[in-house]
Design a protein around this ligand. Structure first.
Ligand code: NAD
Length: 295
């Protein structure tokens, strides 16, 4: 059976690790040729060795427009065009809040998470137009939807990515270029360690720890994995989503459904807490009411 991306050419940023790496593996398995862009050159070289006919790695700092232009040009020179852009490179960015905001950190966070994808779109569009259309996928985050899932600058930038995807979709959809965002929940990758400034090696080890604990933080009792996001990206990249544009897909195991008390019976409800009723007392009251009803 033909792959869902047979004959397609993709550029994936942040391709050496985590979600980007998962997307490279899945897109190649589904028949695509991929330009893998990142700054971790050893891991990039390894990708080329794993997929010699299908993957070209390029050192690309997405905060630099010239680097992005070179990555897009590589898709054209190596594979003959571009159909899919997965703007995915990222990092936790500046950790300061409102009161201690660091202006340079704020700028650097937005350069990476918002300007990078914007420049990616700018350079990808002319090649996509030559192919009669394309699909742009921007990695946002649930931090862009709700407070409390990331630092201030990161969360604001990811919210901007969601809206930028919508606005770009409005502009580009008449030319058959679809633009959508994905909002991952907690996914077991190296980003947590990398964002704390730890070495990549240690950050990679931390990803394994997140994978162990990650099944406990949301209603679906399994840790989020890069492949969970890669599969959403595959849907948006493929013709399965030919009528989908200007939207965002939340892939978070249900963590944004509601507060913990909405899905974890052992967690106390804030309303009962306000009434001074403990979780145990509430359970006893429910049992007593059920018994009264039955008898
Ligand atoms: N892991 C999560 O829980 C989670 C949740 C929501 C959103 N995200 C987003 O998913 C995306 C991928 O992150 P991940 O979790 O796979 O992390 P990761 O650290 O495993 O991968 C991120 C990759 O981006 C690369 N990168 C960082 N800065 C770059 C730059 N300036 N230019 C080019 N490449 C750069 C890194 O080298 C790394 O390979 C990010 O945009 C992140 O914000 C992750």
């Amino acid at each position: 059976m033909a792959g869902r991306l047979e004959g397609k050419i993709a550029l994936i940023t942040g391709a050496a690790s985590g979600i980007g790496l998962g997307a490279v593996e899945l897109f190649v398995a589904e028949g695509a040729c991929v330009v893998a862009a990142d700054m971790q050159d050893e891991k990039g070289a390894m990708l080329e060795r794993r997929f010699p006919d299908r993957v070209r790695y390029i050192h690309c700092n997405v905060t630099q427009e010239a680097d992005i232009a070179r990555a897009v040009a590589l898709a054209d020179s190596q594979f003959g065009g571009l159909d899919i852009l997965f703007n995915n490179a990222g990092h936790g960015g500046s950790t300061t809040g409102v009161a201690d905001m660091d202006a340079d950190g704020w700028d650097a966070t937005f350069a990476l998470l918002v300007k990078g994808p914007a420049m990616g779109m700018k350079h990808a569009v002319p090649l996509m137009l030559k192919r009669g259309g394309g699909s742009i996928i921007n990695t946002a985050s649930i931090a862009g939807l709700q407070a409390g899932f990331g630092p201030l600058a990161y969360s604001s930038a990811k919210c901007a990515v969601i809206h930028m995807s919508r606005c770009a979709a409005a502009e580009l959809s008449p030319q058959r270029i679809r633009v959508n965002a994905i909002c991952p929940g907690l996914i077991a990758t190296s980003i947590f360690g990398a964002s704390m400034g730890l070495s990549r090696e240690v950050a990679d080890q931390m990803a394994a720890r997140v994978a162990e604990m990650g099944g406990k933080v949301q209603p679906i009792p399994k840790a989020g994995a890069p492949d969970d996001i890669a599969r959403a990206a595959l849907y948006l990249a493929s013709d399965d989503s030919v009528f989908v544009t200007g939207t965002h897909i939340v892939v978070d195991g249900g963590i944004t459904i509601g507060g913990r008390s909405s899905w974890d019976p052992t967690a106390g409800s804030p309303f009962l807490e306000a009434l001074g009723i403990s979780a145990e007392q509430a359970a006893e009251m429910r049992a007593a009411m059920a018994a009264a009803k039955a008898g």
